[in-house]
Each structure stands twice: as structure tokens, then as C-alpha cells.
Write a protein that binds this ligand. Structure first.
Ligand SMILES: C[S@@+](CC[C@H](N)C(=O)[O-])C[C@H]1O[C@@H](n2cnc3c(N)ncnc32)[C@H](O)[C@@H]1O
Length: 364
């Protein structure tokens, strides 16, 4: 027999009901915010404003973007939403300008040598990603044995990293790879400037899952004395173009990680479940010397922090994104700490929080 609730819900007042209705509109229509952002990128609005000197009026944009004049009033409404949601700034004279967020969406602008972030927005707002999110309720109802495939795998028949994705859906595979490169390449410059002690004392480093070696090359450029290995799967290493500054190793991190004073896992562990993370970290521990000899694992990943205001919501969205698209998750400090302990590490330190991410040193 169902337990009787001792609490009865108070009937909302009229004022609360109309507010609730407005809140529901906002919640259920807020998918139009990323759609407007994607539309702005496809039309080239941030790039046009940049080329017009960083500020532009509606008529300037209609002309520069070669849009039919009949669309001007509609573009004005799009620009108003983009300004209200913080993608652009606007003033009373009807001039639109770039803010740091839209600066990241300007074609050709390089931040620390990184590509703009347009590829990421275009991928996550594509039908491939949206369809996976739309399959979430069906996914919840299915009782599937471990390891649980993501809603993305259920809908598209392959995981994001799987080679078969290139055959099943080449367009989706291309979108994902471009998005991943834009996402991963950004930020190492800031880490090098903000976290001086992270690499300076190291003689050697293995960038585990280091992809095409972009991050490792930036580190070696800043610290030429560091001997740097880049470990990735053979299919990735085979395609990497080497300039001789780093040593590429084709392999599987679950089997072996090239030894070095430190192993770095930058934006890796959030793709994996807890058990896999423990196995990866256990392999890292085998690859490094004792703490006294300077051994450490460097992790760059989100540290979910409920006291971080709006950043907390971003971190939760990134967590649900991991649930929808991968088998991974985002973790708070307690969750990180127990994974480190289970993998046999004795201590850790959160060196720095940068945006939504943290830089963690983990000691054997
Ligand atoms: C999200 S990226 C890592 C990002 C990279 N560390 C960066 O910050 O630029 C994931 C990478 O992990 C690699 N990878 C996946 N499974 C692997 C494994 N078992 N062993 C080694 N590399 C792996 C993929 O090929 C891909 O290049």
C-alpha cells in the first residue's frame, strides 16, 4: 500500500501560477537559445562584426552578410535575443558588438594558436546530437547490462570515438572530430601562464591520450628541457604529423603508459566511468616514480562545485552532456578523491580552478 503523504501541497496563488507558466515557457523554449547561436555562426555574424571593426548596426550586418533586405526585421529580432542571452553586446543606438564569448566564434582568430569554437557549437546543435538527447526518456526505460551504452550509441549505433562511426555516419564523425579538436586545443596557453609550478620542475612527461600532440608541443615550446611522450591509439598516432619535438607512442592506456616523471590526463577521464578511470589511473601509477622523486599525475578536467553559482549549472550541463553522448561523467571533489584512493594514490591537490575546469595534481 502506498504510504500516505503527511504533506499536502499548498495550491499556488494566481501570481505564482502565471509566473510558473512563464518559467515553463522559458524552460521549454530555451532550446531556441543554442539554435539562435548556431544560426548566428552559420550566417557569420561574429566574424562580420569583427571585420566591421568590432561593432555593427543592423543595416551594416544585412549588407555585409548579403541577406535580403526583407529579412532585416527578423535579423533584428535574432540579434535582440543574442544580446539578451549574452552572445553579443548592444547599446541604445542599435550597435551590436562582440563580447568574449562571441570573440571565440570569429573565423580565423587564433587564441594561443587554437581554432575558434564554432565547430563545437555546430556539432552540439546538430541533428545528430539533438536526436541523441531526444532519445533520453526511451533510454531511461531500458534495463541494459553494464557497461550501459549512451543514448547517443542507442540512437546512432556507435559511440563517438568508435571507428565504425566514420562508416555509419561520416558527417557526424567529421562534426565530432572537428568539435573535439576545437574543444581540446583551447586552454593550454592559459594553463601554461597560470600554473607555473605544474611543469617547470619536470624532466619528462607523458601526455596520455594526447591526440595529434598539439598540447604536448605547446608544453615543450614553453619548457624545452621536458622530454615529452604523446600516447594515443595507433589510428591517431599514425596520422599525426611530427616535427620531432615530441615522441609519439601508439598504444592503449589500459595496457601500458610510457614511463615519465609525470603523466597528464587532459580532458580524458570525463569520457570514462569510475571503474575505467581507476584502471587508467592504476596504469598511470605504474608509469611514474615515487612522490619523493617528483612523480605525479596531472589531471585537467571539470571539478563540479555546487558553490560556484552559474558555473555550477554549466558543469551540470556538461555532466548531462557526458551522460547523453558518452559513458562518462563529471565529478565533484569527493568523487575525484575516492577514485584517486581506489587507484592507490596517497594524496592530491587542486592546483587551480580555471573557468569550469580544475587542474589537479595526484601523488603516488
Ligand atoms: C578527448 S581526447 C583527449 C584530449 C587530449 N588530451 C587534449 O586535451 O587535447 C580523447 C583521446 O583519447 C584517445 N584514446 C581513447 N581511448 C584510448 C586508449 N585506450 N588509449 C590511448 N588513447 C586513447 C582518443 O584517440 C583521443 O585522441
Amino acid at each position: 500500500m502506498a504510504a500516505k503523504s503527511s504533506q499536502t501541497m499548498t495550491i499556488p496563488t494566481d501570481a505564482e501560477l502565471v509566473q510558473a507558466q512563464a518559467d515553463l515557457w522559458r524552460h521549454s523554449l530555451s532550446y531556441l537559445t543554442p539554435m539562435a547561436l548556431s544560426c548566428a555562426i552559420q550566417l557569420g555574424i561574429p566574424t562580420a562584426i569583427h571585420r566591421l571593426g568590432g561593432a555593427a548596426s543592423l543595416p551594416d550586418l544585412v549588407t555585409t552578410l548579403s541577406l535580403p533586405p526583407s529579412k532585416a526585421p527578423f535579423l533584428g529580432r535574432l540579434l535582440r535575443l543574442l544580446s539578451t542571452t549574452g552572445v553579443l553586446a548592444s547599446n541604445e543606438a542599435g550597435i551590436y558588438s562582440l563580447v568574449p564569448l562571441s570573440y571565440l566564434l570569429v573565423d580565423g582568430v587564433r587564441i594561443d594558436g587554437d581554432a575558434s569554437q564554432t565547430a563545437l557549437v555546430l556539432a552540439v546543435t546538430s541533428r545528430h546530437y539533438m536526436e541523441a538527447a531526444m532519445g533520453l526518456a526511451d533510454w531511461f526505460k531500458k534495463d541494459i547490462a553494464q557497461p550501459v551504452p549512451s543514448p547517443f550509441e542507442e540512437v546512432h549505433g556507435a559511440a563517438l570515438f568508435e571507428e565504425s562511426m566514420a562508416v555509419l555516419d561520416p558527417e557526424c564523425d567529421k562534426l565530432f572530430n572537428e568539435a573535439l579538436a576545437a574543444h581540446d586545443h583551447m586552454g593550454i596557453g592559459t594553463i601554461l601562464r597560470e600554473c607555473h609550478g605544474l611543469f617547470s620542475g619536470l624532466q619528462s612527461l607523458t601526455d596520455c591520450c594526447g591526440g595529434d600532440g598539439t598540447t604536448a608541443r605547446s608544453i615543450v615550446k614553453a619548457y624545452p628541457h621536458i622530454k615529452c611522450n604523446v600516447l594515443d591509439l595507433p589510428k591517431v598516432v599514425d596520422k599525426a604529423s611530427s616535427d620531432g619535438s615530441v615522441n609519439y607512442v601508439a598504444g592503449d592506456m589500459f595496457h601500458s603508459i610510457p614511463p615519465a616523471q609525470a603523466v597528464m590526463l587532459k580532458l580524458v577521464l570525463h569520457f570514462w566511468g569510475d571503474e575505467d578511470c581507476i584502471n587508467i589511473l592504476a596504469q598511470c601509477k605504474k608509469a611514474i616514480p615515487s612522490r619523493e622523486a617528483g612523480g605525479k599525475v596531472i589531471i585537467i578536467d571539470i571539478v563540479v562545485d555546487s558553490s560556484s553559482g552559474q558555473m555550477f549549472e554549466t558543469q551540470l550541463l556538461m555532466d548531462v552532456a557526458m551522460m547523453v553522448y558518452t559513458r562518462g561523467r563529471q565529478r565533484d571533489e569527493n568523487e575525484w578523491s575516492s577514485i584517486f584512493a581506489e587507484a592507490g594514490f596517497s594524496d592530491y591537490k587542486i592546483v587551480k580552478k580555471l573557468g569550469a575546469r580544475g587542474v589537479i595534481e595526484v601523488y603516488p
